[in-house]
Write a protein that binds this ligand. Structure first.
Ligand code: BGC
Length: 472
């Protein structure tokens, strides 16, 4: 559906918008807790004596190991105890993790605190969109998926602003973490008052309650009985993890996993987590580096909004290919900056310009399109497990890249590192051009046949993911 339609529908149904906003605090915290380390690291490395690159990298990256674990556990927990209760627990984990990091006195304590926070981040990356998507009417599901990316980028921007604010006044990295208590508590308390997901209720045989929830969040023109029957039909024909290795779905899975991997190996999180460090490499002081990071955060949010508004008009492939080409060119530029002292001297602002261009390319392309496409290319019956596999690859590669960044800059130089990411960018553009199909305005069956899915795994027609006009 057109995003303008999504915005109209969301405002028309304010009650639902309220639930989506509370639930999306999970996505905001995903962004906040991953982004806050960039500024905090500049100060905590002295206080906690994080002397080696290895120690600093692990402090950044251990959150991602927590996230892989959190995504794994929460998939199971969300089915067992409900999405709603899982989100309440994750709010509590966010709060305790923020307090733990803020009070850490040693390397081991900060590692434990960051891992704990990671559990909540992994849960949020999976359960927030799942819960929201199960509650909203099918016609605005696509918009909601991109809305989650907007919340992630807003969380990152909030973290940069908080980092910059505290760095300007007190250098106090502890408060940078402590602030995370507020949204964490809002999530836990807010979710307590939110409904169970109707999909989960039907799975538990609590159809009447599911009916009541849907009645509350639908309009008169919506057919709640039909929706309940559809949920039942899908949950009966659901395929498990084993279904994912069936021949016909392999190509879809390859596309999903490749998008997950490329999203990370072009080095996005070296910019998000180490942005201030890169700007310091480029000659900035602490405060200047943090101020400039705020520009990076604003650019990220702004171009994510641009993408949300235009993805349904210009298509996913257009943004994937052009966005990734732009970010690749910016990586080459960053490499040139670090390679040549002459360039550094003549155009000292080039590093920031390249970082801003890079983030623009990511925000219109791989940022939102990865999450959107993994919600589109799989049939409904296997969407949950397939998305979980792609999400885990994404977190795993995020860990690998963030954990090796500083070591790589020492081993193959800064320019060598950025050129390596640029090489991955070129591979990504070639892959997108040759293999990734357009999903805009295409029914799920068409997408599946583009991807060579067998009839037996293409399963029944899933109209919920189709654009409305294709269904008419
Ligand atoms: C990615 C994150 C990244 C963020 C940056 C998300 O789509 O999955 O790894 O930090 O975008 O905006």
């Amino acid at each position: 559906m057109e995003e303008a339609g999504f915005v109209r529908e969301a405002f028309r149904n304010r009650r639902l918008l309220g639930v989506a906003l509370i639930a999306a605090i999970g996505g905001f915290l995903f962004g906040y807790d991953t982004g806050v380390i960039g500024g905090a690291m500049l100060f905590m490395k002295n206080d906690l004596a994080l002397k080696t690159h290895g120690q600093q990298q692990l402090t950044v990256a251990i959150l991602l190991l927590g996230a892989v674990t959190g995504a794994l556990i929460s998939g199971w927990l969300a089915d067992r105890i409900s999405r709603r209760r899982t989100k309440i627990i994750s709010g509590c984990v966010y709060v305790t993790g923020a307090v733990g990091c803020a009070l850490a006195q040693s390397y081991w304590q900060i590692l434990a605190g960051r891992f704990w926070l990671g559990l909540a981040v992994g849960t949020a990356s999976f359960v927030s969109p799942l819960y929201i998507a199960e509650l909203v009417p099918p016609r605005i599901r696509g918009g909601i998926v991109s809305f989650n990316q907007l919340m992630i980028t807003s969380g990152i921007l909030a973290a940069y602003i908080v980092d910059w604010g505290f760095a300007s006044f007190s250098n106090n990295w502890r408060w940078m973490f402590a602030i995370g208590v507020v949204p964490g508590a809002a999530l836990a308390i807010g979710m307590y008052f939110m409904p169970f997901s109707p999909r989960w209720l039907v799975d538990r045989g609590r159809d009447e309650q599911a009916h009541a929830v849907l009645e509350r969040y639908r309009f008169e023109e919506d057919d709640v009985d039909a929706e309940i029957s559809e949920i039942k039909a899908v949950s009966e024909s659901e395929v498990g993890l084993r279904g994912l290795i069936a021949k016909g779905v392999r190509r879809m899975l390859v596309v999903g996993i490749a998008l997950a991997v490329f999203q990370q190996i072009v080095g996005i999180n070296t910019v998000i987590y180490y942005g201030p460090t890169i700007l310091k490499f480029a000659g900035q002081k602490n405060t200047g580096a943090l101020t400039q990071s705020v520009f990076i955060g604003c650019t990220n949010v702004f171009f994510t909004i641009v993408a949300i508004l235009l993805l349904d008009k210009l298509g996913r492939r257009f943004f994937l290919i052009s966005g990734t080409s732009i970010l690749t060119a910016a990586l080459v530029g960053l490499g040139v900056f670090f390679e040549s002292a002459g360039v550094r001297h003549a155009v000292p602002w080039l590093a920031l310009a390249c970082l801003l261009t890079y983030i623009m390319g990511f925000a219109v392309g791989l940022g939102p399109v990865f999450w959107l496409m993994i919600a589109e290319i799989f049939p409904l019956q296997m969407r949950g497990p397939a998305m979980a596999v792609c999400t885990m690859f994404n977190w795993g590669l995020n860990f690998a890249i963030s954990y090796t960044f500083l070591t790589l800059t020492s081993a193959i130089t800064k320019q060598g590192t950025f050129w390596l990411y640029a090489f991955f960018g070129v591979c990504a553009v070639v892959f997108f051009t040759i293999v990734v199909p357009e999903t805009k305005d295409r029914s799920l069956e068409q997408i599946q046949s583009d991807l060579g899915a067998d009839a037996d795994v293409a399963l029944s027609r899933d109209t919920s993911a189709e654009p409305e006009h294709a269904r008419a």
